[in-house]
Design a protein around this ligand. Structure first.
Ligand SMILES: *Cc1c(COP(=O)(O)O)cnc(C)c1O
Length: 378
């Protein structure tokens, strides 16, 4: 079955109890038990809810995994996965992972004795060298935010296998429609379903998928014990979003490539970062592990004041954090995602004050280009 068809029919494509074409929102906390000695499949909705379960089955099929689990947010999914480790365990983590993941590792999990070494995961040798006898996990993200750096997923999976450690990746920017890390040897994939999977900027949600049933069982125990579950309404919104993921991403990445090429030609744009451009660093590796460039393009303007003036003049895209919605969203790393990072560190990493990130939505590329063009005019 093709990935397009799976988006419509994967997992539970209709309600098994009524045949309803849309999985009902089971707004419920508890389930009546006819036999008090032998409880049914559903007993209490923290453990299992049919709406959440439909989403969990769907994401497992889409990621080619054994088990999917839905959480209250992307960070709840990531944090629940990190609870698979214990005090004294060492993790090797990509330097350019999502800011919230960096924060939870360097504050909460640090207090609980999880040791972390951050490395540039685009440098496979550096990752290999960072492994110690205490290393139990490797956590990377590709393309990374906001410069869309590419990490070689096959190389990461083979390092993890060599050392018998768990390989985890955040697949939010690609979604399983474009990239399936479990097929490349990863053990766990996490998502902020808030972004492309939900797709409409109307829900906060997280997902995790494991390659093996055993790991799925361990993570399910954490989900049920810690309790950061996704509610039925929000599960339904993500299920609905997933049905149009293919057509949305196809259209959004077509526009993204067109916009990236247009930006490349402008003399007032210093640099363009987009994995779909042939001259993007890591383009060849990306093309071997993903089937498209995605819908996020970053570009660098002359300096901070120029970027701020541009963001104030732009009319169509929202100026906001987040990405992956049907509406285009422009983010400013300096004051948004990377505000907590010291200025020198930001500059050293290439996140200059002139850098902006565009999540391309479903508006026509022509209208977006016209709007970006007028906003760039000084
Ligand atoms: C937004 C995001 C997260 C966090 O997800 P929430 O749903 O906001 O908790 C994690 N990883 C990436 C790559 C993200 O973009």
């Amino acid at each position: 079955m093709t990935e397009e068809t799976k988006l419509i029919h994967a997992g539970r494509d209709r309600d098994p109890y009524t045949g309803a074409s849309s999985i009902p929102i089971y707004q419920v906390s508890t389930f009546s038990q006819p036999d008090p000695e032998h409880l049914g499949v559903y007993d209490y909705a923290r453990s299992d809810n049919p709406t959440r379960e439909a989403l969990e089955e769907t994401i497992a099929v889409l990621e080619h995994g054994a088990r999917g689990l839905a959480f209250a947010s992307g960070m709840a999914a990531t944090s629940s996965v990190l609870m698979l480790f214990q005090t004294g365990d060492h993790l090797v983590v990509g330097r350019d992972i999502y800011g919230g993941t960096y924060r939870v590792l360097t504050t909460l999990f640090k207090r609980w004795g999880l040791e972390v070494t951050f490395v540039d995961s685009t440098d496979t040798d550096a990752v290999r060298k960072a492994i110690t006898p205490a290393t139990r996990g490797l956590f990377v993200e590709t393309p990374a935010n906001p410069l869309l750096q590419i990490t070689d997923l096959r190389a990461m999976a083979s390092i993890a296998q060599e050392h018998g450690i768990m390989a985890i990746t955040d697949n939010t920017f690609m979604t399983p429609y474009l990239q399936r890390p479990l097929d490349l040897g990863f053990d766990i994939v996490v998502h902020s379903a808030t972004k492309f999977l939900g797709g409409h900027s109307d829900v906060i949600a997280g997902l995790a998928v494991t390659r093996t049933p055993e790991l799925g069982k361990r993570l399910k125990t954490i989900q049920n014990s810690f309790g950061a579950i996704l509610g039925p309404q929000d599960s339904w919104l993500v299920l609905r979003g997933i049905k149009t993921l293919g057509v949305r991403l196809e259209a959004q990445q077509r526009s993204a490539l067109q916009i990236a090429r247009w930006l490349e030609k402008r003399s007032d744009v210093r640099k363009v970062f987009y994995p779909g451009l042939e001259r993007h660093a890591g383009h060849a590796i990306h093309a071997q592990q993903a089937t498209g460039g995605g819908a996020v393009v970053s570009f660098e303007l002359a300096d901070g004041p120029t970027a701020v003036a541009f963001l104030k003049r732009v009319k169509l895209p929202l100026v906001a954090v987040s990405l992956g919605g049907v509406e285009s969203i422009l983010s400013y790393p300096r004051t948004m995602s990377h505000a907590a990072m010291p200025s020198e560190e930001r500059q050293a990493r290439g996140i200059t004050d002139g850098l902006v990130r565009l999540s391309v939505g479903l508006e026509s590329a022509e209208d977006l280009i016209a709007d970006l063009g007028q906003a760039l005019q000084v």
